[in-house]
Design a protein around this ligand. Structure first.
Ligand SMILES: Nc1ncnc2c1ncn2[C@@H]1O[C@H](COP(=O)(O)OP(=O)(O)OP(=O)(O)O)[C@@H](O)[C@H]1O
Ligand SMILES: [Mg+2]
Length: 260
């Protein structure tokens, strides 16, 4: 197993957001995580990415324990999370956002020497590497045409794709995506699906949260479903989405699985 969590638990005061959760991910897999609002999906990704420390349990990445490590160290080791809503700088261009994100990648490669590239980003070996990577990422994410637009000029779908592109600048081996399809129209969802399939074809392993069953059910190789932070089903997406416990969990919430 490339990645494994075992007995993972996160409590916030009296509330158990993630409860004794265990599952693994193989290299090159796309894992889908389903679950109604408040079932612990975002908390799970935040625990994996190091934004939260678990109350108990282990997270193992390439045979090493990473639970409780700092987010930048986890990202530098190849595990990178996108946000439900990316935080962008309205006045900066798409390309500039990628250059900023690329500095995390440089930290991994160069350590403290990356500081020089902050002041002279377009000269030298490191700056050229960054430019090349940004070009590849823009193409992969179908953002070439928007390269010089500011974030303020982007559509919502482009904003979300820029969030994915920024994560890709860190060269993730395991990419964690929190509701990448939420708020997108059908054409944007198809575009996203094509981008994620391309990514997998390039060797990236994906763990994707989404409510859109039509999108994630088709994309994922394997799925797990959470309810009150615990795993209530695991298997093919079709089997998980037919599971009576999963259906009941969704019916107890206002927002059911959306068949987009
Ligand atoms: N920092 C926090 N402090 C206290 N409680 C929290 C915190 N973060 C999350 N929770 C609670 O933990 C539970 C799980 O929340 P989480 O955001 O992980 O759910 P989710 O499955 O991502 O929901 P959604 O589908 O709405 O995004 C919720 O009851 C939430 O209120
Ligand atoms: Mg969430």
């Amino acid at each position: 197993m490339l990645f494994e969590v075992a007995g993972l638990t996160k409590r916030f005061d009296g509330l158990t957001a993630v409860s004794d959760l265990s599952f693994g991910i193989d290299k090159g897999e796309i894992i889908g995580v389903f679950g109604p609002n408040g079932s612990g999906k975002t908390t799970l990704l935040s625990l994996i990415a190091g934004m939260l420390a678990p109350t108990s349990g282990t997270i193992t990445w390439k045979g090493q324990p990473i639970q409780g490590a700092k987010p930048h160290d986890i990202a530098a080791s190849g595990v990178v999370k996108t946000f439900q809503n990316p935080q962008l700088f309205a006045e900066l261009s798409v390309a500039e956002h990628l250059m900023i994100s690329g500095h995390l990648m440089l930290k991994r490669r160069l350590g403290w020497r990356r500081v020089a590239t902050l002041f002279n980003p377009d000269t030298g070996h490191a700056g050229a590497d960054l430019e090349r990577r940004a070009g590849e990422v823009l193409k992969l994410c179908r953002l070439d045409a928007a390269r010089d637009q500011t974030a303020a000029e982007l559509s919502y779908g482009e904003e979300k794709m820029l969030g994915v592109a920024m994560a890709l600048m860190c060269e993730p081996e395991l990419l964690l995506l929190d509701e990448p399809a939420s708020g997108l129209g059908q054409a944007e969802i198809e575009n996203l699906e094509a981008v994620l399939r391309d990514l997998r074809a390039h060797g990236t392993t994906l763990c994707v949260i989404d409510h859109k069953v039509g999108f994630l059910g088709k994309l994922a190789d394997r799925a797990i479903s959470l309810h009150h932070g615990a795993k209530i089903a695991e298997g093919t997406p079709e089997a998980v989405l037919r599971d009576p416990g999963v259906i009941a969990a969704y019916l107890g919430h206002q927002r059911g699985p959306s068949h987009a």
